[in-house]
Design a protein around this ligand. Sequence first.
Ligand SMILES: Nc1ncnc2c1ncn2[C@@H]1O[C@H](COP(=O)(O)OP(=O)(O)OP(=O)(O)O)[C@@H](O)[C@H]1O
Ligand SMILES: [Mg+2]
Length: 226
Amino acid sequence: MIVFENVTKKFGSSTTALDDISVEIKQGEFVFLVGSSGAGKSTLLRILTKEVSPSSGKVLVNHKDIIKIKTSEVPHLRRNVGMVFQDFKLLDDLTVFENVALTLEVLGKTSEEITKEVERTLKLVEIWDRRNLFPRQLSGGEAQRTAIARAIVGKPEVLLADEPTGDLDPQTAWGVIQLLNEINSWGTTVLMATHNAEIVNTLKRRVIVLKKGKITKDTKEGKYDI
Ligand SMILES: Nc1ncnc2c1ncn2[C@@H]1O[C@H](COP(=O)(O)OP(=O)(O)OP(=O)(O)O)[C@@H](O)[C@H]1O
Ligand SMILES: [Mg+2]
């Protein structure tokens, strides 16, 4: 479960990226986060991975106050809260296999466990046959599936996606959405920021609308209506 309680994030003195946000997301939900550019979507997601710390308020992930956790606990938080980005953020000098393995290496898993889990995950996202290629050799869809594999290999309870289909052609984008839907169907909470109205309107999931750092709508089977 994710809880934001009166969360405000200011950058400097003039920008309020999030303005007194309170929201609860239950385990297993699929939630779209929409709103115009600059509304605060990425900031909200980055708070959940502890890339950004709020100026005030409380953020709970599975009843744990993530603002208070120690730096040494951050790798465990990130295993539990996977994140994928529009531009994939894969490491160029590592292969597909190595990019995904890295998530488990930082958690101190044995090499047997790593090999087994990476193989399972790469097969799941259907890029096992691409495992020895480098990111520059991949198509956009393959790169995004590698990034998703990296985010889910540690079996996170929450998967965050920041415009994961932003750079993909429509057909490839749908493949990525199907994969996120499948991951969600196994019980993983999915929180996805997007500008893609067609995807939001077709899936009919919960839609949270942000406007200038405030939640202006929160609809159960929502539409893209910013
Ligand atoms: N590191 C930062 N330093 C200063 N200002 C920032 C920083 N990150 C975000 N902001 C500002 O906070 C506001 C919210 O930005 P954010 O990236 O969360 O928007 P967004 O909804 O994700 O937009 P987009 O749809 O364009 O990705 C913007 O005004 C942005 O300029
Ligand atoms: Mg953004």
